[in-house]
Ligand binder design. Structure first.
Ligand code: CP3
Length: 343
């Protein structure tokens, strides 16, 4: 039996105090992150500099003693490895060359050609598996095919994923070919992270919630299920966390539908509802509103306790409902942790 708390929760154990980590825990709210990013030059250079990417991954572990470290990288490195151009506009977010027609799709590399480009990421994982404290779990990740496709089709983040929905309506074959290519590449990418030392992997489907009707099953659940099925065949011991953000009532039954060990909850569902409808099927992760990391105070303490109490009767990993934002106060993170660990 492992003494890593995250692995115990993922194996289905109900713990007296939930293990804790935060999405985007290495990020701009931390002065030490901003300093290392400046040293690297820019965000993408930081992602591909294995030593510095490992350093920023370790920073929140040193400061707060989180139970898990998440590999520092980005979901958009995979499309870049497939041949898309990628750059980040400061204050605005990612930009990519767009895929809107067959010629754009045909220019992509095959799924198994991504590894050389991604080798610095695997090196970051290897460094971390040597340097992390023995009680800390290392989480690798990738974006889900649908979410990554929304950025590849639009060339940027979009409020409603309009361009991806439009391509799906106008050229379903091309859209499905793109999702297939991403599904295959994601399997290879996550497998390689596991082989380099990732102990858990997480699939981020940030825009799953915008898929309506049958599309949710076809383009959020089925690709995730293909990924988990293949990863479980290759690496049966490695737990998988799935995060179909915005699923709402469709969170019910997803452990089985996806074949995931843990379902990550956003803050669109209450922890009480999730205890009754999702945690009954296995471990859940979440789901404090990340705005509490900005506002702090009594509300933070009350809502943190509420999440812990509501999910205390089953396996639970404490997290936010989405990534911590750059305007968060590092002291509020400490207050959240003290509230959970100090009772
Ligand atoms: O959680 C972590 O600490 C691990 C590293 C991580 C990053 N991005 C680092 C990052 C992870 C797991 C991601 C996932 C990611 N990236 C997602 C899925 C999760 C989610 O947030 O919904 C998405 C959609 C992306 C794409 C992406 N990367 C966007 C839209 C942006 C711009 C928005 C922003 O916050 O600036 C990024 C940039 C990014 N990725 C930053 C970090 C720390 C900020 C970049 C910087 O330092 O300037």
């Amino acid at each position: 039996m492992t003494d890593k708390l995250i692995l115990r929760a993922l194996a289905g154990e109900t713990l007296p105090t939930p293990p804790i980590w935060m999405m985007r825990q290495a990020g701009r709210y931390l002065p030490e992150y901003r300093a290392t990013r400046a040293e690297a030059g820019d965000f993408l250079s930081l992602c591909y500099n294995s030593e510095l990417a490992a350093e920023v991954t370790l920073q929140p572990i040193r400061r707060y003693g989180f139970d898990a470290a998440i590999l520092f990288a980005d979901i958009l490195l995979l499309p870049q490895a497939l041949g898309a151009d990628l750059w980040f506009v400061t204050g605005e977010g990612p930009r990519l060359s767009t895929i809107t027609d067959q010629a754009g799709f045909d220019a992509l590399k095959p799924a198994d050609a991504v590894h050389e480009h991604l080798s610095p990421v695997y090196e970051t994982v290897r460094i971390l598996s040597r340097e992390l404290p023995k009680e800390t779990t290392l989480i690798g990740f990738a974006g889900a095919p649908w979410t990554v496709a929304t950025y590849m089709i639009a060339g940027r983040g979009t409020p409603d994923q309009g361009p991806a929905h439009a391509l799906k309506a106008e050229n379903r074959l091309l859209f499905e070919a793109l999702l297939d290519r991403l599904t295959e590449a994601t399997i290879g990418y996550l497998s390689s992270q596991i082989e380099a030392g990732a102990e858990v992997v997480k699939i981020f489907d940030s825009w799953a919630g915008s898929l309506q009707g049958d599309d949710f099953q076809k383009y959020a659940i089925e690709p995730a299920r293909r990924i988990t099925t293949e990863l479980k065949a290759r690496h049966p011991e490695t737990p998988i966390i799935a995060f179909p953000r915005g699923a709402g009532e469709r969170y019910v039954g997803l452990h089985q539908a996806i074949g995931a060990d843990c379902i990550a909850l956003d803050d669109g569902v209450t922890p009480e509802w999730a205890a009754d409808h999702v945690q009954v099927d296995g471990c859940v992760q979440g789901n404090l509103k990340s705005s509490h990391m900005v506002t702090g105070g009594d509300d933070l303490v009350r809502e943190t306790r509420r999440v812990v109490d509501a999910l205390s009767k089953g396996p639970h990993i404490f997290n936010l409902g989405h990534g911590i934002t750059p305007d968060a106060d590092p002291e509020n993170v400490q207050l959240m942790i003290d509230t959970i660990r100090g009772g």
